[in-house]
Design a binder for this molecule. Structure first.
Ligand code: GLC
Length: 569
């Protein structure tokens, strides 16, 4: 049986074999055997996946010669499920397979379908929020980042058309001339959001897009291009349809995004230098420099692009540049952004003002800049990728999206992934509390809030981006949990969310140390809160969905990992 994997790049002779998982690995696996009896997945479909069902999955798999701990687990898991047109039993109110979905699931699907945005008769995305009680601002737009969980829900439900339409529409928007005042933006920039304008007089529809020129603070949507590539791979992986990614315009779109982030410059680091507010946190929040969210998405997008790019004249050069960059980026991130008890203790004892190659404290971080909270926050077992690293600056805050993406993309080593989950478990009250999940931890207060946010009243302590709790992050947690074999953590978080999300009408975010209060300026019926919940449920119900959003560890990076592990873990 041919491989159900989706790599467009089938040339085995390319130089990037250091990064790519060789095709032969897939061929080794006896897929037909795995497909014979998907018995265990049926068991899973009949009830929520908990520790028991995962261990059954594991026992069943080892009975069939599959090692859950083996690095090939995900390839094998992927192969269990046919890529085309699969439907999750959990995914629709009209659920076919004999178990009772939570009543919220049906409501969530209805809300998700109400959020659909049509352009000339075709669904092209989902609106950010359907809340008519608040001023619209830009919540009546289709945001690229917000659409990702919606897209995954539709893919998991066997409805890929809308995702394809979205990918093609945003690709067209990318080719627009983008200007802010008199300044022209890079060709590859993808929009933050777009909107369909209806002209009732002419009875016509047009699209308008925002590349940052209308956004509050004129922030640059650096994450959009990365999400676009990640989504293209999710679509290809889930449908088995490689023809979309192979389209010359899609290949070009990818190359344009890559040109922006792989260009050479003055940088001394392989990480990507960004202005504040360039990602999900799209306001001034001290995430300028080398924010972890962007670095994790950058890493994942590079790995996805490597799988999707064709080995033609134009693609080849990019493939080589990506391979080099991934190599440097993973080393840098795993070595310098990683924090655990040992690393924290090392920084605490750092000498400063070291010159030359022998420096241990390479970035000249002052131990006095270590915030007090971090000493209490750091558990004995566990660790995480910190918010930012640059000369004399380490932002020790914990950011949820980035740490989950690090697990999913295998930017985190298996040991680091386990440590991230350990930390979430041991800091449950701080990070999950009464509503999953803190966008970052901890909040900035008083003087620090004034200086860093510029006195932003929306980002007061424990609100919105400043330590607020965002239900959308559930899907990332669930996926990370499935990848690390800890579904019980996601189940706990989902149960907490289920107690309130629908009753509160799907808020965008919650406020307070424990996330107890609906956010001060939170929108209701926020689509990604709805979709995030659905994706989390479907992911636990059918763990084979994980393949869409996860990449297995690259074996060739291992020797490097071992070296950095010896001092980071
Ligand atoms: C807010 C969020 C941003 C999101 C947008 C639309 O601006 O900070 O991440 O994309 O709302 O929901």
């Amino acid at each position: 049986m041919s491989t159900p994997d989706v790599d467009v790049n089938h040339n085995k002779n390319i130089k990037t074999e250091d990064i790519l998982c060789p095709l032969s690995e897939y061929e080794e696996c006896d897929f037909s055997k795995l497909l014979e009896k998907p018995r265990l997945l049926n068991i899973d479909r009949q009830r929520s996946l908990d520790e028991r069902s995962l261990s059954e999955l594991s026992i069943g798999m080892s009975a069939r010669g599959i090692d859950l701990n083996s690095s090939r687990f995900f390839e094998q898991l992927d192969s269990i499920c046919s890529p085309v047109g699969r439907r999750s039993g959990f995914s629709t109110p009209r659920s076919q397979i004999g178990f009772d979905p939570h009543p919220m699931v049906a409501e969530a699907w209805e809300a998700l379908r109400r959020s659909l945005v049509y352009f000339r008769g075709q669904p092209v995305g989902t609106i950010a929020a359907l809340d008519n009680t608040e001023e619209n601002l830009n919540y009546d737009q289709v945001f690229v980042r917000d659409f990702v969980p919606s897209a995954l829900a539709f893919l998991m439900n066997g409805e890929p058309e809308i995702v394809k339409n979205f990918i093609l529409k945003t690709l067209r928007l990318q080719s627009w001339e983008k200007k802010i005042d008199r300044f022209q933006l890079g060709e590859g920039v993808m929009p933050a959001s777009f909107k369909v304008l209806h002209d009732p007089v002419r009875n016509s529809e047009t699209l308008i897009a925002d590349f940052g020129e209308s956004a509050i603070g004129r922030v640059a949507p650096v994450d959009s291009g990365f999400w676009w590539i990640i989504l293209l791979r999710a679509y290809t992986k889930s449908t088995g349809d490689t023809s979309l990614a192979e389209l010359p315009e899609c290949q070009k779109g990818m190359r344009l995004i890559l040109s922006l982030c792989l260009s050479e410059g003055f940088d001394t680091f392989p990480t990507l230098l960004c202005a504040d507010g360039c990602c999900m946190i799209d306001r001034r929040m001290g995430v300028y420099g080398y924010p972890i969210e962007i670095q994790a998405l950058f890493f994942m997008a590079l790995r996805c692009a490597l799988l999707l790019l064709k080995q033609d004249d134009e693609g080849k050069d990019f493939i080589e540049r990506i391979a080099k960059r991934l190599h440097a980026l993973s080393y840098h991130m795993r070595s310098y952004f990683w924090l655990d008890l040992k690393q924290l203790n090392d920084i605490y004892r750092y000498k400063t003002e070291e010159y030359s190659h022998t420096a241990v404290n390479k970035f000249n971080v002052m131990p006095d800049s270590l915030p007090e909270w971090v000493f209490d926050f750091m558990p004995l077992r566990g660790g995480y990728f910190i918010g930012n690293v640059s000369p004399a600056r380490m932002d020790f805050r914990w950011f949820c999206l980035a740490n989950c993406i690090a697990i999913l993309s295998s930017l985190a080593t298996p040991e680091q992934s386990t440590a991230i989950m350990d930390l979430i478990e041991s800091r449950w009250e701080e990070l999950v509390g009464e509503m999953p999940l803190k966008v970052c931890y901890p909040a900035m207060e008083t003087h620090e809030w004034r200086i860093i946010t510029g006195c932003d009243p929306k980002n007061t302590r424990w609100s919105y981006h400043n330590g607020g709790s965002w239900p959308v992050l559930l899907w990332l947690l669930a996926a990370a949990c499935v990848k690390t074999g800890r579904p019980q953590i996601a189940r706990r978080a989902i149960e907490i969310a289920e107690a309130r999300l629908l009753k509160d009408n799907w808020p965008e975010y919650y406020d307070g140390k424990l996330g107890r209060y609906i956010g001060k300026q939170s929108r209701k019926v926020q689509t990604w809160s709805v979709a995030g919940y659905l994706v989390a449920k479907m992911m636990l119900e059918d763990p084979s969905h994980l393949g869409m959003v996860a990449l297995e560890e690259d074996k060739q990076m291992k020797p490097l990992l071992r070296r950095s592990n010896s001092w980071t873990l």
